[in-house]
Ligand binder design. Structure first.
Ligand SMILES: [Zn+2]
Length: 509
């Protein structure tokens, strides 16, 4: 098969095989628009882009996304909705969280740069077009080769050997077939000449007044190029779009960007998957073998659109993952009930052993409850979870009225380390007060990220080295992680109650 594709790159060092077209001037023009470029490189880039990009605009549209086009005017797009990209963000340094070697703590979307680009790529999956970039980690050198057929995400002071313009913070280029504009390869490079972090909201500056760039929004922009979008503002449009050519306070996909993606790829019809955001975490779902029977009830909080739901669950006993999607969408505003047996069926047919923790993922807003009928027939709403409050860089979870060990009521305390914690949750301080105000302290060893540590009141008594009477103990769990906790109590009649809920008015300012 003849070589019918070309490279896209900035500059003309490749002679006539590829002109300046893919150049991506995600410029550092941080304040004003791109008006009046004084930098000759910038001016060149603007010229090159407008010259080589024949843009056709739909008539009469006040706002319009722009599709990247080949020199012959073919709109560029992939012939599929799922592509793989290799993240080469760390070289061979052997660290697990690359390139944290530089000592950077990411403000958001971390802890690793790879997490940042994954989150950015997922934004396209969350549109109805369901475009997916599977990002794999690679220990390869942080370099890219245009034309080797591998889609890469790299960092460097050049892009695949070419010089960045001095206002370019990142570049994406696509290789495609001349005949029909089918994209064959996409490479994204972040310029190491600027300082990176990841955060949402307005742009931030360092103390020396230089710009601190948010890799998350820049990656969303670059992946827009990967999928075939171009800069609306460079075709005479004024529209709010992450695809505009300059980095701005826009930190996520805008309706115009999404419209563009949907126009190019079409709507896949909505389904839910592992890349959708978790909407609610439900804990302590009983296995089918238990005497307690659990039912989870899921409500589609979106009152206009139906809700697809993906179950993303972990067994606290084996740590095994159970996942799968509901076969039907929940009607807008409606609810759907699932038994433990239904969950087994949806997640592949194998029952779990202990208690299941499930995240309900959906592109729409959904809520959930766990109802558990205990062995003796008593039904309880088992949803209440003690949520952490945050102050002075510490999270605090409060548990009240914990029954003493050895009495007729036996409590099981469940501490959950969220899957999005920066690491395993360690160093959890336990501070408990008796009714007369006497303080007893202890600490809990590590709870693995994404898992639940559960223990009974006897163990709590050991941890704080104190035994109390009746329900005369209230505790705080204090840590640097957003842990949650539940306290389930088996009462004298073998009924189970969830006593995590506490009456409390919201804090007044
Ligand atoms: Zn761009």
């Amino acid at each position: 098969m003849p070589d019918h594709f070309r490279f896209s790159y900035q500059g003309s060092t490749r002679g006539s095989t590829g002109r300046a077209r893919a150049s991506d001037r995600w410029s550092a023009a941080d304040d004003a628009s791109t008006a009046a470029p004084v930098n000759p490189l910038l001016a060149t880039a603007v010229f090159a882009i407008t010259f080589f990009l024949p843009i056709t605009l739909p008539m009469g549209m006040a706002e319009a996304w722009v599709q990247w086009r080949s020199e012959s005017g073919e709109p560029l797009k992939w012939d599929r909705r799922e592509i793989e990209m290799e993240a080469r963000l760390g070289g061979n340094e052997g660290a697990t969280c690359l390139p944290r070697a530089e000592g950077v703590e990411l403000y958001e979307f971390g802890p690793c740069w790879e997490d940042v680009v994954r989150s950015a790529a997922d934004q396209y999956y969350r549109t109805d077009a369901r475009l997916r970039i599977d990002i794999t980690s690679s220990p390869a050198e942080r370099t890219c080769i245009i034309g080797d057929g591998t889609n890469t995400i790299t960092v460097g002071d050049t892009y695949c050997g070419y010089a960045f313009g001095d206002r370019s913070v990142a570049i994406a280029f696509n290789r495609y077939t001349i005949k029909n504009g089918i994209i064959l390869e996409s490479d994204v490079v972040f310029n190491t000449a600027v300082t990176w972090n990841s955060y949402s909201g307005p742009r931030r500056r360092l103390s020396n007044d230089t710009m601190l760039f948010d890799m998350h929004r820049v990656a969303i922009h670059e992946f827009g190029h990967t999928w075939g979008l171009y800069h609306p503002d460079e075709s005479g449009q004024t529209v709010a779009a992450i695809m505009n050519s300059a980095v701005s306070d826009i930190d996520r996909l805008q309706p115009d960007d999404i419209e563009g993606i949907l126009a190019i790829y079409g709507s896949k019809g909505i389904s839910a998957g592992a890349a959708d955001p978790p909407r609610v975490v439900l804990q302590a779902i009983a296995p089918i073998t238990a005497e307690d029977r659990s039912t989870i009830r899921i409500r589609c909080e979106d009152e206009q659109s139906d809700c697809p739901v993906f179950l993303d669950c972990t067994d606290q006993g084996s740590g095994r993952a159970f996942s799968g999607a509901l076969s039907d969408q929940i009607p807008a505003g409606g609810s759907f009930a699932l038994s433990s047996a239904d969950i087994v069926r949806i997640t592949g047919g194998t029952p779990w052993d202990k208690r299941l923790t499930c995240k309900l993922r959906s592109p729409r807003d959904v809520s959930g409850q766990v109802w558990t009928r205990s062995g003796n027939g008593v039904l309880i709403n088992n949803t209440a979870v003690a949520e952490p409050s945050y102050s002075e860089e510490r999270y605090t979870v409060r548990l009240y009225s914990i029954p003493a060990p050895g009495g007729v009521d036996e409590s099981n305390i469940r501490v959950h380390c969220p899957i999005d914690a920066h690491s395993d949750c360690d160093d959890i301080a336990i501070r408990c007060w008796e009714d007369d105000g006497t303080l007893h302290e202890g600490s809990l060893e590590t709870v693995e990220r994404g898992s639940v540590e559960h223990f009974q009141s006897q163990r709590l008594a050991d941890l704080i080295d104190h035994r109390w009477q009746g329900m005369g103990l209230s505790c705080k769990l204090v840590s640097s992680f957003g842990i949650t906790a539940q306290i389930l109590t088996r009462t004298g009649g073998n009924a189970l109650v969830n006593n995590s809920e506490v009456g409390r008015l919201p804090m007044q300012r």
